[in-house]
Design a protein around this ligand. Structure first.
Ligand code: NAP
Length: 294
C-alpha cells in the first residue's frame, strides 16, 4: 500500500510549532498575531471553513476577529470595511471568504485588500511576485501541498509534476510554486478541461495534483505506478447515512488509485487541514513583516 500523507497530523504539528513561536514573540514584548475574516452570507461550506480558521487561530495563540455580513450587503459597504481593516494597525492580516454573492465583484474585492495584509495571497501583487520568484504571501492551498511534500521527504526538484486544473486560487499558483527554482524546482505541466490526451499527460507525472472539483475523476489508469497523488478536491456529495446529509469527496478515486500510487492524500484529512495551517503561517509572517518590512 502507498504512504498515506496525513495532512491533519502534519497541520497539528505545524500549528504547535507556530504556537511556540507566538509565545516566544509575546514573551519578547510583541503583540499576538491577529487575523480577521469577513464572511458574507450563510453558505454552509464557508461557515465551516471560517469556523475552522477561528479554531486554528486559537490553536496558534492568535487573536481572531470574525466580521459577518448578510448576503444583501452592498459592494460599497464591503469595500468600506476592507478599507477600515487595511488601516487598522491591530489587524496583521485578513481574508474575505469566497465565494461572494453574484452582485459583488470578487476581483474588485481582492484588489482592494492591502497586499501587505493579503494572507490569502490572492492580490495581483502577491501573485505577480510569486511568478517572478520574489518573497510574498503564497496562496495557502499550494503552499500547504508543497509543505506536505517536503515534510514527507518527497523530492520535487527535477521531477515531473502535472497539475490538473488552472484556477487562480489553486491550479495556477500551484504551477508557479512547483516551477520556481527556490520552491518545487520541478518540470511542470498544467492540464485542464480543454487538454487533449489528459490521461496520458497525467500518466507522465511523478507528482500528480488534482484540483478540479469533480469527485473521483482521477482513476488508476491515469496514474503512473509509484507516483505521488495529491487530491485537492472537496465536493459535498449527498450521503443520507451522515448526520450532515453529505460527505466530502475528492477528485481522486481513492479506492482504485491507492494501490497504484507511491503516496497519496486522503479526503478529508489531506490538503484541507494544511490549507488552514498555511493561512496561519502567512498571518505569522504578516505579523512579523517578513515579506513587506515597514
Ligand atoms: P475551479 O475554480 O472550479 O477550477 C476548476 C479547474 O478544473 C478549472 O481550471 C477547470 O478547467 C478544471 N476542470 C474542470 N473539469 C475538468 C475536467 N473534466 N478535466 C480537466 N480539467 C477540468 O475550482 P478550484 O477553486 O480550483 O477548486 C477545485 C477543487 O478543489 C474544488 O473541489 C474545491 O472545493 C477544492 N478546493 C479545496 C481546497 C482545500 O483546501 N482542500 C482549497 C481550494 C479548493 P477550465 O479552466 O478549462 O474550466
Amino acid at each position: 500500500m502507498p504512504t498515506l500523507i496525513d495532512g491533519k497530523a502534519t497541520a497539528t504539528q505545524i500549528k504547535a510549532e507556530i504556537a511556540q513561536q507566538v509565545e516566544a514573540l509575546v514573551a519578547a514584548g510583541h503583540k499576538r498575531p491577529h487575523l480577521a475574516a469577513i464572511l458574507v452570507g450563510n453558505d454552509g461550506g464557508s461557515e465551516t471553513y471560517v469556523r475552522n480558521k477561528v479554531l486554528a487561530c486559537e490553536a496558534c495563540g492568535f487573536e481572531s476577529t470574525l466580521i459577518r455580513f448578510e448576503d444583501t450587503v452592498s459592494e460599497a459597504e464591503l469595500l468600506s470595511k476592507i478599507d477600515e481593516l487595511n488601516h487598522d494597525a491591530r489587524i496583521d492580516g485578513f481574508i474575505v471568504q469566497l465565494p461572494l454573492p453574484r452582485h459583488i465583484d470578487r476581483q474588485k474585492v481582492i484588489e482592494s485588500i492591502d497586499h501587505r495584509k493579503d494572507v490569502d495571497g490572492f492580490h495581483p501583487i502577491n501573485v505577480g511576485r510569486l511568478a517572478i520568484g520574489l518573497p510574498c504571501f503564497i496562496s495557502a492551498t499550494p503552499l500547504g501541498i508543497l509543505t506536505l511534500l517536503r515534510r514527507y521527504g518527497i523530492t520535487t526538484a527535477g521531477r515531473k509534476c502535472v497539475v490538473v486544473g488552472r484556477s487562480n486560487i489553486v491550479g495556477k499558483p500551484m504551477v508557479q510554486l512547483m516551477l520556481q527554482k527556490e520552491h518545487g524546482n520541478a518540470t511542470v505541466t498544467c492540464v485542464h478541461s480543454h487538454t487533449k490526451n489528459l490521461t496520458s499527460e497525467c500518466r507522465e507525472a511523478d507528482i500528480l495534483i488534482a484540483a478540479i472539483g469533480r469527485p473521483g475523476y482521477i482513476t488508476a489508469d491515469m496514474v503512473k505506478p509509484g507516483a505521488t497523488v495529491i487530491d485537492v478536491g472537496t465536493t459535498r456529495v449527498p450521503d443520507a447515512s451522515r448526520p450532515s446529509g453529505f460527505r466530502l469527496s475528492g477528485d481522486v478515486d481513492f479506492e482504485s488509485v491507492a494501490p497504484v500510487a507511491g503516496a497519496i492524500t486522503p479526503v478529508p484529512g489531506g490538503v484541507g487541514p494544511m490549507t488552514i495551517c498555511m493561512l496561519m503561517l502567512n498571518t505569522l509572517a504578516a505579523a512579523q513583516k517578513t515579506y513587506y518590512p515597514d
